[in-house]
Design a protein around this ligand. Structure first.
Ligand code: IPE
Ligand code: IPE
Ligand code: MG
Length: 254
């Protein structure tokens, strides 16, 4: 149990409720301002337990809640999570509709608490094709939390990085002249305010990006965890951050 978890447990045993923001756990010298996570392994987690895939996605949602809190406590400023890719529509209809329902339910249930914790929510992806009820919830969640000054949580939904780059390229070509460069191009990404992730974490042992933040991750450090996403917890996040702190980032220099 880490220091942070111990302090939090002690507070809840004493009935003090949610602990206020604590100092980053000792040993975490350098905490990235921006982290992105490919939350993978829900299906395998469920299969190992002879549970339906939907139970894996629900367990994944619980893991997300814990990790958002831990990231915020560690001092991370931007957290971007991959929740549904443009390629995930090829999954069986039942799984896709269960996921869409789950997203709606999660927004209804979690936004009040996230709002209390001053989390600012932003959804990135081709949102216009999502069902109307979900779009309405997304708009309302963004509006409710827009003024919050805590962690910015970017949820990548119906997101594909190549699609994002094509969407941006169209507008860049239409609106910018030949002198415009990378910085101007980046203004056309879905969330230009998002800091480039310094650390990208993928769970479940797979070592690929699966069309996630290809532009933004140009110089990100990559961390692959063998844990299935529903089992990924605050300690795993701390471990990823600690490993990041030991990396030597060169950006092409010496
Ligand atoms: C990630 O878990 C969640 C989504 C892609 C929506 P998976 O459902 O991909 O889990 P595995 O890879 O099948 O184990
Ligand atoms: C990436 O996981 C998408 C999300 C985590 C939402 P996938 O499970 O879809 O990726 P592949 O198919 O293993 O590359
Ligand atoms: Mg997967």
């Amino acid at each position: 149990m880490t220091l942070l978890t111990r302090l939090r447990t002690a507070r809840s045993v004493l009935g003090l409720g949610r602990a206020p923001r604590l100092e980053p756990p000792s040993g975490l010298t350098e905490v990235p301002e921006s982290i992105a996570i490919i939350m993978d392994g829900n299906g395998r987690w469920a299969k190992e337990r002879h549970l339906p895939v939907g139970a894996g996605h629900r367990a994944g949602a619980r893991a997300l809640k814990r990790v958002v809190r831990a990231a915020s406590d560690a001092g991370v400023k931007d957290l971007t999570v991959f929740s549904f890719s443009t390629e995930n529509w090829t999954r069986p209809d039942g799984e896709v509709s269960e996921l869409m329902n789950l997203f709606g339910e999660l927004i209804d249930r979690e936004v009040p608490e996230l709002n209390e914790e001053r989390v600012q929510l932003r959804f990135v992806g081709r949102l216009d094709v999502l069902d109307e009820g979900l779009r309405r919830r997304i708009a309302s969640a963004e509006e409710t939390t827009a003024g919050n000054q805590g962690l910015r949580l970017f949820v990548a939904m119906n997101y594909g990085s190549r699609g994002e780059i094509v969407d941006a390229a169209r507008r860049f070509a239409a609106e910018c002249g030949p002198e415009a460069g990378e910085a101007e191009f980046a203004q056309f990404l879905y969330a230009p305010e998002m800091r480039d992730p310094e650390l990208v974490i993928r769970t479940s042992g797979e070592q690929r990006l699966s069309n996630f933040l290809l532009w933004q991750s140009a110089y990100a450090e990559l961390h692959f965890s063998p844990r299935m996403w529903p089992d990924f917890g605050p300690e795993d996040l701390e471990e990823a951050i600690a490993e990041y702190g030991r990396r030597h980032r060169r950006f092409g220099g010496r």
